[in-house]
Design a protein around this ligand. Sequence first.
Ligand code: ZN
Length: 198
Amino acid sequence: MFLEPHINNRVERKAGWIEVICGSMFSGKTEELIRRLNRALIAEQHVEIFKPSIDKRYHDTNVVSHNSSTIRSTPVDFANDILLKAGNCDVVGIDEAQFFDNSLIEVCEKLSAAGKRVVIAGLDMDFEAKPFEPVPFLMSIAEYVTKVHAICATCGNIASFSFRLSTETEKVKLGEKDLYQARCRTCYQEGMKQREND
Ligand code: ZN
């Protein structure tokens, strides 16, 4: 369980920090993002949440996780829009970070340098098990990285891979259980091998 960093009151704190929550599909990334942001909201911190406007699977303006816990969010077309809209908030949440381009890295650096707590959730690997930019870069510059795991849909072990059930090859293909399965390394590799042989 991630615990918010202890802030030393003896030092006047000028800079914020970056937290990354990453993992495969169905690993609970968005639930963990919502949990952290709700705690900040309860403490009456000013929280703003952004998501890429490409992701309209559930609802236009809410960050909605698979288990339907929701929190109000602002859809944006470009990472730079977050800088313009973050205003003087204390905490910036960013969901589905993998759908932004690499300009999100500089945006997060600027936000944290300006004293904000930045909490980012995103897929760390694409369906080919390759690092899904910009998330790996964000993991490098973050103070805190939490990798959450799903359960393998095939064998029940801990899963960190997103297996695409269809044979389409575009990198971004929005879908849920109709299109993806969380799988462990062994079952992911078996699935990919089987596909090659088909
Ligand atoms: Zn498995």
